[in-house]
Design a protein around this ligand. Structure first.
Ligand SMILES: [Zn+2]
Ligand SMILES: [Zn+2]
Length: 413
């Protein structure tokens, strides 16, 4: 029989964590007005990637006002920051903010919610966990949509080792469902520049080398690779011909193709990128044109961390929202790519998604941006902020969870 005495410490610990999480939720409630203001202000004042100067100033000032030590222009990235709430020496848990908008559709990816929830959860968790050892970081990561010199800033940070001594990284993304975890595709970008020879299209076609024909062949050949695609690796090849001549009576001497190649399997992705490159080389040989291919890995695929997924999932479920079963989410087909993938390959990480509008609302749309400022959308943002804050507190209060997340990270691929 277990004595009452031996149960007592465990019971006290449980109550303490419950109280800590409850206090994190209350802190978020008391911040609601300010967080809503920030989300709405961003909706009204969208800034494109690498140019998020106004929102960068707003977020860093807010964090400083709430007692964080803010490092601006983090790692030389003009609109990146790291705000730290430091307790006694201990683990470092991070929540990530994004704040870039999209051309034409403003906050059509809902990054105004990502920013508001990150600073809201960081501030609330820091207040609730002020007596716990450890450090809470709110990291400002600009240009997630891949625009300008800070494009994919999380990758720049990853390459400089920023995430290596972070014990857990969390964030949320607006959607039309509730869920935690999920995969993301790795992505490479290829640019093919074909060089030919101009000539009169009717009077002297034999003197020309048609660069557009080469580009068209490369475009078609790349599409034909799809038939051989490994279906379990979620291959996506998408491309455009961005330049294809200046006038129809001149044989074009220059044509450019731009391609994205994506997959959930990192090694397979590299193989397929090489094959797309060969399509360009083959097209050049066939037409007598010259080709220069430049290729660059943009984002890594997402490395899931099941222990973190379970904790964050529970903190959504405990608030009564209908969260997708995380096992089903993990088994689902990855749809897009994110620079958060590179964070997940450097430290235990998980994302989550919040339902801010009716199912069927397209991502990257005016409609999704509008959802971010409705009552329903803003309520969802507050629930997400609470789930992040509760999880940050729980991770600091239970170092064994962080150890489990680290062990999983080290032993999985
Ligand atoms: Zn997006
Ligand atoms: Zn996004």
């Amino acid at each position: 029989m277990i004595s009452v005495l031996s149960l007592t410490p465990f019971w006290i610990e449980l109550v303490d964590i419950k109280i800590l999480k409850e206090s994190a939720r209350k802190e978020v409630d008391s911040e609601r007005k300010r967080l809503v203001e920030i989300a709405k202000w961003m909706y009204e004042n969208p800034e494109l990637g690498s140019e998020e100067f106004k929102v960068y100033a707003l977020l860093t000032e807010e964090l400083e006002k709430q007692g964080a030590r803010v490092e601006r222009q983090l790692l030389g990235i003009p609109t990146a920051f790291c705000a730290s709430f430091k307790g006694k020496k201990g683990p470092r848990v991070a929540v990530l903010a994004e704040y870039d908008a999209l051309p034409g559709v403003g906050h059509g990816c809902g990054h105004n919610h990502i920013a508001a929830s990150a600073i809201g959860s960081g501030i609330a968790a820091a207040k609730a966990a002020k007596d716990l050892p450890g450090e809470i970081l709110v990291v400002g990561t600009p240009a997630e949509e891949g625009r300008g010199p800070s494009a994919g800033s999380k990758v720049i940070m990853a390459n400089k080792g920023f995430w290596d001594d972070v014990d857990a990284a969390l964030m949320l993304h607006p959607s039309t469902r509730w869920g935690v975890g999920g995969k993301a595709l790795g992505i490479w970008r290829l640019r093919m520049e074909f060089k030919g020879q101009t000539s009169h299209a009717a009077a002297s076609p034999e003197k020309g080398v048609n660069a557009l024909n080469a580009a068209t062949l490369a475009y078609m050949a790349s599409h034909m690779l799809r038939q051989e695609a490994r279906r379990d690796a979620n291959l996506v090849i998408h491309g455009i011909i961005s330049e294809g001549g200046l006038a129809s009576n001149i044989i074009p001497d220059r044509a450019v193709c731009e391609f994205g190649v994506r997959s959930s399997d990192e090694n397979y992705l590299a193989t397929m990128v090489d094959k797309v490159e060969k399509c360009a080389e083959g097209a050049a040989i066939a037409t007598g044109a010259k080709v220069t291919v430049t290729k660059k890995k943009l984002y890594s695929s997402m490395k899931p961390n099941i222990p973190l997924i379970k904790v964050l999932w529970q903190n959504y479920a405990d608030q009564g929202v209908k969260v997708d079963d995380w096992q089903e989410t993990q088994a689902g087909i990855p749809m897009a790519s994110t620079d958060f993938g590179d964070v997940s390959r450097r430290c235990p990480s998980t994302g989550s998604y919040i339902s801010i509008g009716p199912e069927g609302t397209p991502g990257h749309s005016r409609q999704l941006a509008d959802c971010s400022v409705t009552k329903e959308g803003l309520d969802a943002m507050i629930i997400g902020t609470k789930a992040l804050a509760m999880t940050l507190v729980e991770l600091l209060a239970k170092p064994e969870l962080l150890k489990e997340a680290r062990d999983y990270f080290t032993s999985s691929k």
